[in-house]
Design a binder for this molecule. Structure first.
Ligand code: HT7
Ligand code: ZN
Length: 851
């Protein structure tokens, strides 16, 4: 397998203006007829090469004449085709045996499709690239009883009955689109319906399709859709453009959801919710994913990507938009803190590992591997920096320019930045480096306050360490937001955004009359690390007096991290005093800002801690974190208990104030579980819970502390929920994440459970994903058995679903910080994979880079 390079991009030699597709749906043998109107656009290109994968070619006709084709590595070649012609292709495909879940497949009883990034080539031979945009007409034919609903993109034109109990529907999408946005669904569902009237007064039919019996769980998704539609009009002046918007929930899906034009297909996990079965986090995620896919209608569909290297053009921008939306719907501070966690726990790790790549990758072997936290989340951070640099209005001007200039086109990240530049008359040439450079910049800070001159001097230095893909790094344009607060708490603070453009730069602040504490990177204004030796006293001042909640949380995390590292390093195992003083204060304030304080009381995760050092001692770090947790639990046991009781809610409602109280109450429980006298509290909390959030908080607390009560409650939970796959995923994940000596046999048991299936990505992620990503102790067992266990499973999974396998390997390729023994044990397993003869391209790319 060879890598494709961005630098080798060539415009397509042919265009397709219109395509008619006919699907005669059958489980193992679906006939696809594709009739395309093809035009040559580059007279130098004589042959037409089409992509195709796992297709049986039944026949091919050019202007009605059957034609021979030659096979290529990617598909077929038609030699010396006319300048303009009608191309008819008949292929056979096998949806029921398609477990890779790309192209046309069956999810439960329903036919559905997933074409992004390169799945359309599993449906018919085509120019499977996003810069070929065509108008689609689609006829779907299927059994009337099994598939009462026949759906495709756009508007329903006609429908009717056919022979042998079959029926058909004809759909037309008026907007030209790349084939990755094509979709078809045929099956039996329950349907929720609603309407939305756009700003300009057009009426849009909203339809949500869910598995039979799930209507009551669909309302939140539908409400979220209406909120997203209204928000995009109000915030960006963007209206929906078709008369119908359909969302279908399916159980078998490789990712979260897919923005197919007018026909979104969703992982049911991001649609279905009610109080009994879904957590507050589930409700939040549904709202955000529904919005994300909706926002793609403009950022992705109407304006699409020229090639897949430009993926962040639509994904980074759309994640930024869904983050803005979530911040408006819920608590902006908490939403932001959780994004920062994603960046530090996952993106920084990717950017310092073997798969490091810029948000616009320069080289790709398997495109599916680049739907990454870098392209999505760092991509969103890059858009956010533009927003910070240009301001709310400037950013909106840039968006307006981008959309109006490129509507209906397939464009590049450069086109986006150009629109931002042109609309604001700003030079963003240095900023463009964010698109081509990988790695996490480190900003070192030297800070001095001179009482006599009342000057505060900040010397900032930026340096990006070399990454696996790029040895040389250039300075970037980094917006560094700061807040200066008086250590005493008396007097005004100051907030500013510094523009760091050079490798080293000095910033001076006048009239700082009282000793200042400096909060750097407030709001996480750039995806960078900060190296700044602050003192506990200054950190405390930031926590107490800064106006930016993210900075306050961050200072808190830093203080606690420092304590954990101190414990991990010293043999005497004494705990520094400052976290104890801090927690005493936080607990006293808890009721005043429950949401923020809950986040502050949460100890930094192992993954976040790991990102702060070049080398980590897994056992010492886990031990130190645990020691601090127990100490804080015991020291404040009365306070945890009191607070927990004060936080009880009336009947469940997904409403901000309740959400915040539940979050804090969950944190209390997690500490209470570390103390002796907590069994009764936990048992009562489980028994009286009327919602999944509180129930799961109890189970998690018991799991983290390995309490015998865990098994008892889990049995009860299983009995209640064994018929509900999405809830069982929570049960699977709780078991798989439990850190105890017998965890590998637990995993084995889980995978032989009646509700487990290797064919369902949600089940696989609940069990093996939770184990590999979050069961730190079990996965990193010193004897290497955790790594071997994952590898054995990957070998099996790769043959079924390579996309999911390639995601699961992530924790095993990010091993550079581990001790030599563990590194060696990991390499041994990577070699096993490497030598496996039929390894997928997805896994091959990652394994090869990791070795
Ligand atoms: N744009 C969608 C990406 C996606 C996807 C990619 C590869 C394989 C399967 C997939 N399912 C969905 C999702 C999104 O970002 O909105
Ligand atoms: Zn997306």
């Amino acid at each position: 397998s060879r890598a494709m390079k961005l630098a080798d991009y060539q415009a397509p030699g042919f265009s397709v203006s219109d395509i008619y597709l006919e699907f005669d749906l059958q489980d193992e043998q679906t006939r696809v007829t594709a009739i395309s109107q093809v035009q040559r656009v580059d007279s130098a290109i004589r042959d037409l090469e089409l992509d195709g994968k796992k297709l049986i070619l039944e026949g091919l006709w050019i202007n009605g004449t059957q034609t021979e084709v030659s096979l290529t590595e990617q598909g077929i070649r038609l030699t010396e085709v006319p300048d303009q012609f009608e191309l008819r292709i008949e292929t056979l495909i096998d949806p029921v045996n398609n477990h890779a879940l790309e192209g046309l497949y069956k999810s439960g009883g329903a036919f559905c499709t997933q074409c992004e990034a390169q799945g359309f080539r599993r449906i018919t031979y085509f120019l499977d690239r996003p810069d070929v945009m065509a108008r689609y007409r689609v006829k779907v034919i299927a059994d009337k009883q099994d598939c009462p609903y026949l759906l495709a993109n756009g508007n329903l034109i006609d429908s009717g009955d056919a022979e042998q109990g079959r029926h058909w529907a004809l759909w037309e999408d008026p907007f030209p689109k790349p084939c990755y946005l094509f979709a078809l669904v045929a099956g039996d569902f329950d349907k929720l319906e609603d309407q939305f009237t756009t700003h300009s007064g057009r009426q849009v039919e909203l339809q949500l399709f869910v598995d039979k019996g799930n209507v009551s769980r669909g309302q939140h998704a539908l409400d979220s859709l209406k909120k997203a539609m209204a928000w995009d009009e109000q915030k960006y002046g963007l209206e929906y453009d078709l008369d119908i918007y359909m969302i279908v929930a399916v159980d078998f899906f490789n990712m979260g959801a897919m923005e197919n034009k007018g026909l979104n297909i969703f992982n049911s996990k991001y649609v279905l919710a009610d109080a009994a079965s879904a957590t507050d986090q589930d409700y939040f995620n549904i709202e955000s994913v529904i919005a994300h896919e909706y926002f793609h209608n403009w950022t992705g569909n109407r304006v699409t990507c020229r090639d897949w290297f430009q993926l962040s053009l639509k994904e980074g921008l759309t994640v930024f938009r869904d983050q803005q939306f979530s911040a408006d719907m819920a608590s902006a501070a908490i939403v932001r803190i959780n994004q920062v966690r994603v960046m530090r726990e996952h993106q920084f790790a990717e950017d310092s590992g073997p798969m490091a790549h810029p948000i616009r990758p320069a080289e790709v072997m398997e495109m599916n591997n680049f739907y990454s936290v870098t392209v999505y989340d760092k991509g969103a951070e890059v858009i956010r920096m533009l927003h910070t640099l240009l301001g709310e209005q400037g950013f909106r001007k840039g968006m307006d320019c981008y959309i109006s200039r490129h509507d209906g086109q397939a464009v590049t990240c450069d086109d986006f930045v150009q629109a931002m530049e042109d609309a604001n008359q700003r030079d963003l040439s240095l900023f463009r480096g964010w698109y081509s450079q990988s790695g996490t910049p480190v900003i070192s800070v030297d800070c001095e306050w001179d009482e006599s001159t009342q000057q505060l001097r900040l010397d900032l230095t930026q340096k990006t360490p070399p990454t696996a893909d790029q040895a040389e790094k250039q300075p970037l344009h980094i917006p560094v937001a700061i807040e200066v607060v008086p250590v005493s708490g008396q007097g005004e603070g100051r907030s500013e955004v510094l523009s760091l453009t050079g490798q080293q730069q000095r910033f001076t602040f006048e009239n700082i009359s009282a000793e200042p504490a400096v909060a750097l990177l407030t709001g996480f204004s750039a995806p960078v690390k900060v190296d700044y030796q602050s003192t506990p006293g200054h950190q405390l001042a930031v926590i107490l007096y800064a106006s930016d909640p993210v900075a306050r949380w961050d200072a808190c995390q830093q203080l606690v991290s420092d304590a954990i590292f101190t414990i991990a390093q010293n043999d005497a195992r004494t705990v520094p005093d400052f976290p104890i003083e801090l927690f005493a204060g936080l607990l006293e304030q808890a009721q005043t800002e429950p949401a923020l304080i809950a986040e502050m009381l949460e100890l930094p995760s192992f993954e976040t801690l790991a990102q702060q050092r070049d080398r980590i001692d897994v056992d010492a770090l886990l031990g130190a974190r645990k020691q601090l947790k127990t100490l804080l639990a015991e020291k404040f046991s009365a306070q945890w208990q009191r607070l927990f009781i004060q936080l009880s809610n009336p009947q469940y409602d997904y409403q901000q104030q309740q959400v915040e109280r539940r979050r804090l109450s969950g944190v209390c429980l997690s500490y209470l579980a570390c103390t002796e006298a907590s069994l009764d509290i936990l048992r009562q909390a489980y028994k009286h819970s009327d919602n999944m959030t509180d129930t799961l908080a109890v189970l998690k607390a018991c799991q983290a502390e390995n309490l015998p009560l865990f098994d008892e409650l889990m049995q009860d939970f299983e009995q209640r929920w064994h018929d509900d796959p999405l809830v069982m995923d929570k049960w699977f994940a709780l078991h798989a994440g439990r850190q105890h000596p017998g965890c590998l046999s637990t995993l084995q048991l889980l995978m032989s459970h009646g509700r487990y299936s290797i064919n369902n990505p949600n089940r696989v992620r609940s069990v093996m994903g939770t184990f590999a990503f979050y069961n730190t102790e079990g996965f990193h067992r010193r004897d290497g058995s955790g790594y071997r266990f994952l590898t054995d499973y990957l070998l099996e999974l790769d043959a079924v679903n390579p996309q999911v396998a390639a995601r699961l390997i992530t924790p095993m390729i990010q091993y550079a910080k581990l001790d030599e023994n563990r590194q060696q044990k990991i390499r041994l397993q990577l070699l096993r994979l490497f030598e496996h003869k039929s390894l997928s391209r997805d896994l091959y790319e990652k394994v090869q880079k990791a070795l």
